[in-house]
Design a protein around this ligand. Structure first.
Ligand SMILES: [Zn+2]
Length: 256
């Protein structure tokens, strides 16, 4: 991925400031501060960023994606980071930036993708828990497929009663789904000792929830992440921890 940053607008009041680093735009052209003209407006952006930072956990969230080790493994040695598990969070603040997106219950001001460095094993376990019930249905239905595609065998089933094939299919779906669900339940217990399979229970997620953040698209107790090989590098909340540590060069105009 091209990580080069094109910051060319030296006239911007936020140019080379900590706020600019936290805003983390790829270029001045697509920076949210660019849509606000003048020093005063840029200061408003800086105020929003102060609020944003105050809503982050004390150690920020960059530690989750900067880690070379899996942040979901509980056992040592932790797996190597090979993918990122991402959940989008939203916050009601700031109120004057709030909008309601389609399918969202809460009005959202700030948005923050939480990007967990994840190893291959943890990814497979999360996906297994997600897809086992559906897999159970497929496995339950598979033995019936020859009966349904062979007209002669189908006729034999119908000979029992006209509704018999349908009941058989529904029973196979039900049994497969239930078996999958039961297996998920026992696997969750097993996996709990090995990893945070439920990202909502991860300590950093808990810190965020305590500060008023909520998952953007699902409001269940378990939220399934999206997996991606390369993390999101630009945008608010995706800046490296060095951006937050960076010293604010005391309002440039004062220095000028
Ligand atoms: Zn792991």
């Amino acid at each position: 991925m091209d990580n080069r940053v094109f910051k060319t607008n030296t006239a911007c009041a936020l140019y080379e400031t900590r706020a600019c680093a936290i805003l983390n735009a790829q270029s001045c052209e697509n920076c949210p501060a660019a849509q606000t003209e003048g020093t005063k407006a840029s200061k408003t952006v800086a105020n929003y960023l102060d609020l944003f930072e105050s809503l982050l956990p004390e150690d920020g969230v960059a530690r989750l994606f900067e880690s070379s080790e899996c942040t979901l493994c509980k056992t040592e040695p932790k797996g190597k980071c090979s993918t990122f598990a991402i959940i989008d969070f939203g916050h009601n603040e700031p109120e004057d930036l709030q909008m309601r997106k389609l399918f969202q219950k809460n009005r959202v001001g700030f948005m923050l993708p939480l990007q967990f460095a994840c190893c291959g094993k943890c990814r497979r376990r999360i996906l297994l828990l997600e897809y086992l019930p559906a897999l159970g249905v497929i496995i339950g239905l598979t033995p019936l497929i020859p009966f349904f595609v062979n007209p002669h065998w189908m006729q034999n089933l119908r000979a029992v009663a006209s509704w018999f094939p349908l009941v058989l299919a529904v029973a196979a779906i039900g049994i497969g789904y239930l078996a999958g669900k039961l297996l998920v339940k026992s696997l969750k217990k097993r996996f709990s000792g090995l990893m945070y399979w439920n990202l909502m229970e991860h300590p950093v997620t808990q810190e965020l929830i305590a500060k008023g953040w909520f998952p953007l698209f699902e409001e269940k107790r378990t939220v399934t992440p999206v997996f991606t090989k390369k993390r999101i590098v630009y945008g608010l909340g995706n800046a490296r921890s060095s951006a937050y540590l960076r010293k604010n060069p005391e309002n440039r105009e004062k220095a000028d």
